[in-house]
Design a protein around this ligand. Structure first.
Ligand SMILES: C[S@@+](CC[C@H](N)C(=O)[O-])C[C@H]1O[C@@H](n2cnc3c(N)ncnc32)[C@H](O)[C@@H]1O
Ligand code: SF4
Length: 457
């Protein structure tokens, strides 16, 4: 079926702490706005773990990607509660700065963590300590050496990966960093990245340490000429992601830059969904059964992302697209009548009194609403018309019907709703018969639905 909705998260991020023990000058966090620390409770962490089955095979469950997870006073207890899973990559990123015991590393080697990212910007003590402000090089190296020694003796420890944030201060160390992590420190991957700028960063430091394009090209050359596996992430310019569009700002955010199929859980249990048509905020604390709740949220979230993609595709492909409406029976006679049935539903057939659409002398209108698709094309229909007795009335087609898309398991059907208001004066009182004429997507034929009978007083 075309356009099946993805039904799993790519990433779930769980921040188990809300602060850090260091103050690196390049850090993405603006610590002037961050006060105190909230450590995630065991209960909230375990609730987050119930969401593991909602992550796609090969997806990611990461524990604190923004702050420092190892400062959680019950870190090991949290790690112990992670179940074995071969489908999802479970990892955390750490500065490895706090003194850590051998017992701690033994626990880690027995854990169900897939890999650990270790931030490593320099092996030179003075450089290390200016980049990792607040850390002691001696403690870091001591942790690293013991961790590697313990992991080396274990049959199935978490993998070790390294992240180096590039700055003028460590450019000359690139080849020795990658060689050493691979040869001495069990590196299964080493990432080199430039730092993202943010407002409020130490300006002096940035001026002295920010690297240029030619520096980056040089780093890339060095990396290409050495034998070890690396991952290179040069500058990312957020402007590049902004699609030039005529939409208003809200639509641009929601449809042109839909939120990724990810979930972030803060250390106090808060979950914020942004860049969706319904931005919501709620807490895991209040949810006794997070799994079914998030399963539903996930469906809607996935639908929005697919809708965004579909909208931009339709905009590009069919900028001159117009819905065909049947004005009279003559037009219908030019099209082929299909013998097959298509999927549709009439969910309202009401008589209302409204002065806006009705006749002045008889303000009653019949509202008919529902949804319809082109089952043969496995797509939306081209349009819907309502036939009452022998008269044809146009209906507005294209209304949002998330429920239909979910039920039929394809976002393609999201705009399959129709509605029309017909003045009662057009048909008069008595017994009437109603059917729908549903135009196929290619406009060459139409389906006719079974007649239903209704009375008008
Ligand atoms: C935000 S930290 C959180 C984990 C932990 N505190 C640490 O530093 O390892 C996650 C990773 O992002 C890197 N990082 C921090 N600030 C960055 C920036 N401005 N640009 C790119 N990476 C950054 C860190 O070096 C670390 O490898
Ligand atoms: S250790 Fe990580 S979170 Fe802490 S200041 Fe440094 S980069 Fe930021």
């Amino acid at each position: 079926m075309p356009g099946t909705i993805p039904n799993k998260y790519n990433v779930i991020s769980v921040d188990i702490t809300g602060n850090c023990n260091l103050r690196c000058p390049f850090c993405v966090n603006d610590f002037s706005n961050i006060h105190g620390n909230i450590f995630m409770s065991q209960e909230i962490f375990e609730k987050s773990l119930t969401l593991l089955p909602l992550i796609r095979k090969g997806g990611v469950f990461r524990i604190s990607c923004i702050f420092e997870p190892s400062i959680h006073p019950r870190f090991i207890e949290l790690i112990r509660s992670i179940p074995a899973t071969s489908d999802v990559n479970i990892y955390y990123t750490t500065n490895l700065a706090r003194p850590m015991s051998d017992e701690f590393f033994h626990e880690l080697s027995n854990s169900n963590i897939t890999f650990i990212n270790i931030s490593l910007d320099s092996f030179i003590p003075e450089v290390f300590e200016t980049l990792r402000r607040g850390a002691r090089h001696k403690n870091f190296i001591d942790n690293l050496e013991r961790m590697v020694a313990i992991f080396s003796k274990h049959p199935n420890p978490p993998g070790l990966r390294y992240i180096t944030v590039l700055s003028k201060a460590n450019l000359s160390e690139v080849s020795s960093l990658i060689k050493t992590t691979k040869e001495k420190y069990l590196a299964e991957q080493h990432e080199f990245r430039s730092f993202w700028l943010r407002q409020g960063q130490d300006e002096e430091w940035v001026k002295e340490n920010d690297i240029s394009w030619s520096d980056l090209l040089e780093v890339e050359k060095v990396l290409k000429n050495q034998p070890y596996k690396y991952f290179f992430r040069p500058f990312e310019n957020p402007e590049d992601f902004l699609e030039k569009s005529t939409d208003n700002q809200y639509e641009q955010i929601v449809y042109s830059q839909p939120s990724p199929l990810e979930l972030s859980i803060f250390s106090d249990g808060k979950v914020i969904l942004e860049r969706t048509p319904v931005d919501v905020e709620f807490s895991l604390k209040e949810l006794n059964q997070p799994h079914p709740f998030f399963e539903n949220i996930l469906r809607l979230h996935a639908l929005d992302i697919e809708r965004a993609k579909e909208l931009s595709r339709i905009r590009q492909e069919t900028s001159n697209y117009k819905y065909l409406q049947l004005d009279n029976e003559t037009q219908l006679s030019k099209l082929e009548k299909r013998s097959e049935e298509t999927r549709y539903w009439i969910d309202s057939l009401n008589i209302n009194e409204t002065k806006q659409t009705g006749d002045r002398n008889n303000p009653k209108t019949i509202n008919i609403g529902g949804w319809a698709v082109d089952s043969i094309a496995e797509n939306l229909a081209f349009g819907v018309n309502v036939v009452i007795d022998n008269k044809i009335f146009n209906a507005f087609y294209g209304l949002a019907r998330d429920d239909v898309a979910i039920a039929l398991k394809s976002y393609i059907y999201r705009n399959s709703g129709f509605s029309t208001n017909i003045p009662v004066s057009e048909i008069g009182p008595g017994t009437h018969h109603l059917s729908l004429v549903i135009l196929t997507l290619n406009k060459k034929s139409y389906y006719v639905t079974k007649k239903i009978q209704f009375e008008v007083q």
